[in-house]
Design a protein around this ligand. Structure first.
Ligand code: MLC
Ligand code: AMP
Length: 464
C-alpha cells in the first residue's frame, strides 16, 4: 500500500495553522489529522478495510469532515451522497455502491448496511494509504434517469487541482469561503480538497446565504444562483466585496448580464470555469489576463478540448477511466480515440476560448444541481390519471432553470385533484427536482418513432 502524493502534501502542512473555521470552531491541520486517524480507528473497528466503500449522506458538519478524513486515513472509498436525496433517489445508488458502511440520519435508505448518524473515535490508525488510487465514487445524474458512478482517483484530483492553480493562485495565506454542499465535485473536490492540497484556510458554512462575507475572505466559489442572490447586496454595499481576490462561478452558465452587473457594482469580473463530475475541471478563464463574460475560458494545461458536431469532447489527466460498476455506459461516453463526450454543446473561439451554448444531453440544471428529466417523468407517470408526461427545463431568474412537467391526462381524474396527486408524487424526490410548473396538454412532442422530443416541450407546452 502506498500513500498518494496528494495525501503527503496534505499531511505536510504546518499542523498549527487553521485549516477549517466552522461557526465558533477552528480546526488546525493538526486537528484534521488527529480527527482522521481517530475516525479511521473507529472505522477499522467496524470492519472497514482499504478499498471498502463508505456512503456519506450527511449535511455539512464536523461529522461530515470526520467521515471523509477517516476514510482517507483508512484507505476506504468515499461515496458522497446528496444530503437532500430521498429513498427512491438513493436506492439505485446504494445498490450500485454496495457500501460496507454508511453515515446517514436515514438508516431505512441503506437496507442491510450498518448505518450510523455520525462516526465515532477509536485508537488512531495512521496509514493514510489505500489499496489503489481510487478515493471516491461520485454519482452523477444519468440522462437515463439512473445515476452513474464515476470513480475518482487521487491522481485525477491532484493533477487537475495543480493545473487550476496556475490560473486561480490559491495560496496558504488565502481564505476560501465555502458554502457549497460537500457532495458534488464543485464543493468537495474543487473547494475542500483544493484548499487541503494548497494549505488554504476554509471558512465553512452550512449553506449559501446572501449576507455580508467575512472580511478576511480572499476566494469564493459558487454556482450562478449564489451570484444572482448576492447582486442586490453588491449593488448597495460594494465595499463588502473589496477583499476578494477571486470570485469563481461554475456548474452552470453565468448569464452575461449577471456577470456585467457584478462588474459594474463591484469591479470584480467573475471568473467562469467549466467542469464535470467525470472530468473535474476542463476549462477556466485566467486569473490574470482576459476573463471573458459568456465564456468558460481556455483548456487547462494538459487537457485537450475539441468540438465535434457541436459537442464538447475532452481528454486529459482529470478525465475519469469509466463508469463503475456499470461500465456499459462507457461505450456511449467515450469516442474511439479516447475523448470523453460531455454532452454539452459548445463553440471554440479562434483563440481557444470555449463557450457553452447548450446541452445535447437531456439534463436540467436547477441551482447548479443536475436533474434528469427521465427520473422525474418516471415518478410522475405512476400517478393515477396520467396518460403521458414529459419534463423540460424552464428559465428561472433565481435558479437559472426549474423543472416544468407537461402532462397528458387520461380523463379519469379531475384536473385540480390530478395537480394535487402530481405534487404528492413529486414529494418523493428532493426539492430541486420537483416541477415548479405543470401544464396539461393534449399530447407530447414525439418523433416518427414515438420518442419524446424534450427539446420541444418548453416551447409547445409552456410557450417559451
Ligand atoms: C436544496 N434542495 C436540494 C438541494 N439543495 N435538492 C437536491 N439537491 C440539492 N443540492 C432542496 C431542499 O431539500 C428543499 O426541499 C428545497 O430544495 C429548497 O431548499 P433550500 O435550501 O431552501 O433551497 P435554496 O436555498 O433555494 O437552494 C438552492 C441552492 C442550493 C442553489 C442555494 O441548491 C445549492 O447550494 N446548490 C449548489 C449545488 C452545487 O453545488 N452544484 C455543483 C454540482 S458539481 P424541501 O423538501 O425542503 O422543499 C458540477 C460540476 C461543476 O456541476 O462544474 O461544478
Ligand atoms: P455534474 O454532472 O454535476 O458534474 O455537472 C456537469 C455539467 O454541468 C456539465 O456537463 C455542464 O452541463 C454543466 N456545467 C458546469 N460548468 C458549467 C459552466 N461554466 N457553464 C455551463 N454549464 C456548466
Amino acid at each position: 500500500m502506498t500513500r498518494p502524493t496528494f495525501l503527503r502534501r496534505f499531511l505536510a502542512h504546518d499542523p498549527a495553522r487553521v485549516a477549517i473555521q466552522y461557526g465558533e470552531q477552528a480546526l488546525s491541520f493538526g486537528h484534521l489529522r488527529e480527527l482522521g486517524e481517530a475516525t479511521a480507528g473507529w472505522l477499522r473497528a467496524q470492519g472497514v478495510t482499504p478499498g471498502d466503500r463508505v456512503c456519506i449522506h450527511l449535511d455539512t458538519s464536523i461529522d461530515l469532515l470526520a467521515a471523509h478524513l477517516g476514510c482517507m486515513a483508512v484507505g476506504a472509498v468515499r461515496v458522497p451522497l446528496n444530503a437532500h436525496y430521498r429513498a427512491i433517489e438513493l436506492a439505485p445508488i446504494v445498490e450500485d455502491a454496495a457500501p460496507a458502511l454508511a453515515f446517514s440520519a436515514s438508516p431505512a435508505c441503506f437496507p442491510g448496511v450498518p448505518t450510523f448518524s455520525a462516526p465515532g473515535r477509536g485508537p488512531p490508525v495512521c496509514d493514510w494509504a489505500g489499496l489503489d488510487d481510487v478515493t471516491g465514487l461520485l454519482f452523477t445524474s444519468g440522462t437515463t434517469g439512473r445515476a452513474k458512478g464515476a470513480p475518482q482517483t487521487w491522481t485525477m484530483w491532484e493533477s487537475n487541482l495543480d493545473a487550476l492553480q496556475a490560473r486561480w493562485q490559491l495560496g496558504d495565506r488565502d481564505v476560501l469561503l465555502l458554502t457549497l454542499p460537500l457532495f458534488h465535485t464543485h464543493g468537495l473536490v474543487v473547494g475542500l480538497h483544493g484548499a487541503w492540497l494548497r494549505g488554504a484556510r476554509v471558512v465553512l458554512r452550512d449553506r449559501f446565504d446572501a449576507v455580508e462575507p467575512p472580511a478576511e475572505v480572499t476566494h469564493f466559489y459558487g454556482v450562478p444562483t449564489y451570484f444572482r442572490r448576492w447582486l442586490p447586496l453588491m449593488r448597495v454595499r460594494p465595499e463588502l466585496f473589496g477583499g476578494f481576490r477571486l470570485l469563481v462561478s461554475g456548474s452552470d452558465g453565468l448569464p452575461v448580464e449577471v456577470s456585467d452587473a457584478i462588474f459594474a457594482a463591484t469591479g470584480h469580473r467573475i471568473l467562469e470555469r467549466y467542469g464535470m463530475t467525470e472530468t473535474v475541471m476542463i476549462a477556466s478563464n485566467p486569473g490574470a489576463g482576459e476573463r471573458r463574460a459568456g465564456s468558460v475560458g481556455t483548456a487547462l494545461p494538459g487537457t485537450d478540448i475539441r468540438v465535434i458536431d457541436g459537442e464538447v469532447q475532452v481528454r486529459g489527466p482529470g478525465v475519469f477511466g469509466g463508469y463503475w460498476p456499470r461500465a456499459e455506459a462507457d461505450a456511449a461516453a467515450f469516442t474511439a480515440d479516447g475523448y470523453f463526450r460531455t454532452g454539452d454543446a459548445g463553440e471554440l473561439d479562434p483563440d481557444g476560448y470555449l463557450r457553452i451554448i447548450g446541452r445535447k444531453k437531456d439534463l436540467i440544471i436547477v441551482g447548479g444541481v443536475n436533474v434528469s428529466p427521465a427520473e422525474v417523468e418516471r415518478v410522475l407517470a405512476t400517478v393515477p390519471g396520467v396518460a403521458d408526461v414529459g419534463c423540460c427545463g424552464l428559465y428561472d431568474a433565481d435558479l437559472n432553470e426549474v423543472v416544468g412537467a407537461a402532462v397528458v391526462s387520461d380523463g379519469t381524474v379531475e384536473e385540480g385533484e390530478l395537480r394535487g396527486l402530481l405534487e404528492a408524487a413529486a414529494r418523493q424526490l428532493s426539492g430541486l427536482k420537483r416541477p415548479r410548473r405543470v401544464a396539461f396538454v393534449a399530447g407530447l412532442p414525439k418523433n416518427a418513432l414515438g420518442k419524446l422530443q424534450r427539446g420541444r416541450i418548453a416551447g409547445e407546452a409552456f410557450g417559451g
